[in-house]
Design a protein around this ligand. Structure first.
Ligand SMILES: [Mn+2]
Length: 230
């Protein structure tokens, strides 16, 4: 029985599948997905299909909310042109493409996909880990009160208050980080209990060291990487 975390899949279904094959995910394992399933990459619909398929096969998959899922919900609920444009320009156009002509006039996305996105949690606590998309706002007395920061925050490490964690480690994504820096973070978890597992899968070739989807084995404290395969 192992626990894994993966973040920022961004429509890269084939890479996601390949990473699941590499870790040999079993039904006894728990898979934590830290948000940003959709946008930018080629198969946003396919990523959600794969998650729903894993669940229907009996896998335990805990899915958290990313800022990209929130942007989609904002575009739908606020009916503002600005919200819609913001989402489309942040990769939402590719998500719409992935649904081809399956968009619906009453719900926009077919119901199972919309229901999946609406039920996403902001964070998960699992024994010795705090799991979240972007990070936590440690300027709050209780960082677990600030859901907006959980989706969007960057550059928060200097505000970290390890005493609030009670020995837990924060695992997050959201900010693309070169593979060697992720590996370096793992090496010094005992002194700085935070690990960013977003290796910029969908941004391959934009920056050296990124373009990998990363899985973290929470129990064995081991990292797995698969290079973006389209
Ligand atoms: Mn994000």
């Amino acid at each position: 029985m192992r626990r894994f975390a993966i973040s920022d899949i961004h429509g890269c279904r084939r890479t996601f599948q390949s990473l699941l094959d590499q870790i040999g995910l079993s039904k006894a394992d728990t898979l934590y997905l830290l948000g940003d399933y959709i946008d930018r990459g080629p198969e946003s619909k396919g990523v959600i299909d794969l998650i729903l398929q894993l669940r229907s096969e009996g896998h335990t998959v805990v899915c958290l909310r990313g800022n990209h899922e929130q942007m989609l919900l904002n575009a739908l609920s606020k009916h503002g042109l600005e919200e819609l444009q913001l989402w489309l320009s942040a990769g939402g156009a590719e998500t719409i493409d992935s649904f081809h002509n399956e968009l619906q006039t009453d719900t926009f996305l077919p119901r199972p996909y919309l229901a999946f996105i609406r039920q996403l949690d902001y964070y998960a606590l699992s024994n010795d880990y705090w799991l979240v998309h972007a990070g936590f706002n440690f300027n709050k007395n209780n960082p677990l009160d600030d859901t907006e920061s959980m989706l969007w925050i960057r550059n928060w490490y200097s505000q970290l208050k390890p005493s609030l964690l009670n020995g837990a480690v924060v695992v997050h994504g959201h900010t693309p980080t070169p593979r060697y820096l992720i590996e370096a973070q793992l090496e010094r978890l005992h002194e700085f209990p935070v690990l960013n597992i977003d290796c910029g899968c969908v941004y391959k070739d934009r920056m050296p060291g990124i373009g990998f989807l990363c899985a973290f084995d929470l129990d064995n404290r081991q990292l797995f990487f698969v290079e973006y395969i389209g």
